[in-house]
Design a protein around this ligand. Structure first.
Ligand SMILES: [Zn+2]
Length: 89
C-alpha cells in the first residue's frame, strides 16, 4: 500500500463551490481537487459533491470544517496548475 494520494484537479467554474466533500463518509474534504481513484477513507467512487465553505460550516463536523480550512490554505501555498480566468487589463 502506497501512502501517496493522487488527485484529479477540478477547475473552478463561475458560481460553483470550490470545496468537494465525500457524501459517503462526510469525513473527507478537498479544495478544487478530488482524490483518485476513490475516497481514501471510505473508498467510495464518485461520492464527491461541491459545497461552499459556508455550507460546510453549517452542517459539517468540527473535524470536517478544520480539514476544509487546511485544504484551502494548502491550495493557496501550492503552485496551481489550473489556469484561472484572469481579469483583462
Ligand atoms: Zn468517503
Amino acid at each position: 500500500m502506497s501512502a501517496t494520494q493522487s488527485f484529479w484537479s477540478v477547475p473552478q467554474r463561475a458560481g460553483e463551490p470550490a470545496f468537494r466533500v465525500c457524501m459517503s463518509c462526510l469525513s473527507e474534504v478537498f479544495y478544487l481537487k478530488v482524490p483518485m481513484p476513490d475516497c481514501p477513507t471510505c473508498h467510495g467512487v464518485s461520492t464527491y459533491e461541491a459545497f461552499t465553505i459556508e455550507a460546510i460550516r453549517d452542517w459539517g463536523t468540527d473535524d470536517l470544517i478544520a480539514k476544509a480550512g487546511l485544504a484551502e490554505q494548502a491550495a493557496s501555498l501550492e503552485p496551481v496548475s489550473v489556469t484561472s480566468a484572469k481579469s483583462a487589463d
